[in-house]
Every structure is written in structure tokens, then in C-alpha cells.
Design a protein. Structure first.
Length: 236
């Protein structure tokens, strides 16, 4: 069996003074796989993503990303490991409004030498990498590059957020409800673009959403309640 990109074993997490929120006996995400994870309200979705990024530490069990057990790293090392190997697309996009489109996309390369070097190796420069990704994601107008991020439409901001997550070829892309503000046609078109860029970069995609209509587009789909023995019995 090949090494999983993500592997969880006997994972347990609870906030202090609260009952167990996550109890996941086993989970794997394979290299290059696209996975739809249905994360209903109250199921521990946000906490799980925080654990995968090393923002929180599990109470017990193991979380391995690229074979590295995250609990073995100190907080600073976990932060560096996260930015080197994981790209995030947030529900609210979390673009920095006072930066330009180009500066927002290039941001991970300022924090990760590994991603900067990959961008340079593949595209000649970090700037070229940003421009190429934006063009592939449908933002081909060079005039957009120097516009402030807060001057863009929702759909444009979404594509900038995706380019920021993908720059420097992180092995894992996590998308947390990134299509919730789009209509059905725009959602599917964006996901197909995201698939294409993840394939090009060799990245696995963990896509978290409550919109079950998107699930058939993915290699595999799961509900968090299937994985989590502590989940609410009724999904909402």
C-alpha cells in the first residue's frame, strides 16, 4: 500500500470541559485524490480542519501528513509544515483587502521557501506563477493583477483565493465551503477548474461542504458523521 497523503488513526479531540467532539478510528486521503466531505453544522468540521493544519493538537491518536506525525512537531514547526505543504481556500476567502490581487496570490511564497522555489522552478518566477494560475482560473486580464482584492466580485475573489492556495504546488489543498456564495452553474464550473489545477500540480483535494449535489463530481465522497463516532446522529 502506498503512503497516504493524510492518515488518521484513533483520533480523539474535545475542548476543555466539553464532551468528545471528534472520535475518528481511521481515515486516509490518497495522493492525487479528490474527496468530498460533507460537514454538517455541529459535526466538528472546522475543528478537524484545524487539526489537519496543526492549529490544534489531538487529545490522543495520530495525524500524519506526508508521513510526518504532526504531534511530534512544536507549534512553530507545525506552522512551517502547514504553509509548506497545505493550501487553504476559505469560505469567506480571507483575502487581504489592502493588497493587490498579485500580492494576495504570492503571499504563501513569502512564508514558504519551498513553495517559492517550486513556483520559480516551474514558472521562472513567483510573479509568473501567480499570473499563470490566475489565467488558468479564468482571470486573464493583466489589469486585474494590481487591483485591490476588495474591488473584485465574489466570483473573482474566489478564483484569487484558489490561486493563492495552489501557488507553489502544495501537496494538499483544503477547500472549506468555497462555493457557498455561487449559483449552481458557477459552482460546478469553479470545481472543474479546481480539479484541473490540482491535477496539474499533483495535489490532493479535500473539499468540505454541506451541498451534497456536488459530491458526484469527486473521486470519493463521505459524510463526517460516517467517520466520526462522536458525531450528532442527525445531520442538519
Amino acid at each position: 500500500m502506498t503512503q497516504a497523503l493524510i492518515e488518521l488513526n484513533d483520533l480523539s479531540f474535545s475542548w476543555p470541559g466539553h464532551p468528545v467532539l471528534l472520535d475518528i478510528p481511521a481515515f486516509r486521503l490518497e495522493p492525487g485524490e479528490t474527496l468530498f466531505l460533507k460537514g454538517p453544522s455541529g459535526s466538528g468540521k472546522t475543528t478537524l480542519l484545524g487539526l489537519l493544519g496543526g492549529v490544534q493538537k489531538a487529545n490522543s491518536g495520530t495525524i500524519r501528513l506526508l508521513g510526518q506525525e504532526l504531534s511530534e512537531l512544536g507549534s512553530g514547526a507545525r506552522d512551517r509544515f502547514r504553509v509548506d505543504h497545505t493550501g487553504y481556500i476559505f469560505q469567506q476567502f480571507n483575502l487581504l483587502p489592502f493588497l493587490s490581487v498579485r500580492e494576495n496570490v504570492e503571499l504563501p511564497c513569502h512564508f514558504s521557501r519551498l513553495r517559492a522555489s517550486r513556483a520559480v522552478q516551474r514558472h521562472g518566477s513567483v510573479g509568473n506563477a501567480a499570473q499563470t494560475l490566475l489565467a488558468h482560473l479564468g482571470l486573464k486580464d493583466p489589469g486585474l493583477l494590481e487591483r485591490r482584492a476588495d474591488s473584485l466580485s465574489i466570483g473573482q475573489q474566489q478564483r484569487v483565493a484558489a490561486a493563492r492556495a495552489l501557488i507553489g504546488q502544495p501537496e494538499l489543498v483544503i477547500a472549506d465551503e468555497p462555493t457557498s456564495a455561487l449559483d449552481a452553474d458557477a459552482r460546478e464550473a469553479f470545481i472543474q477548474l479546481l480539479f484541473a489545477e490540482c491535477r496539474e500540480a499533483g495535489a490532493s483535494l479535500l473539499f468540505v461542504s454541506h451541498d451534497q449535489s456536488l459530491a458526484p463530481l469527486f473521486d470519493r465522497n463521505l459524510s463526517l458523521s460516517e467517520l466520526n463516532r462522536a458525531a450528532l446522529s442527525v445531520e442538519v
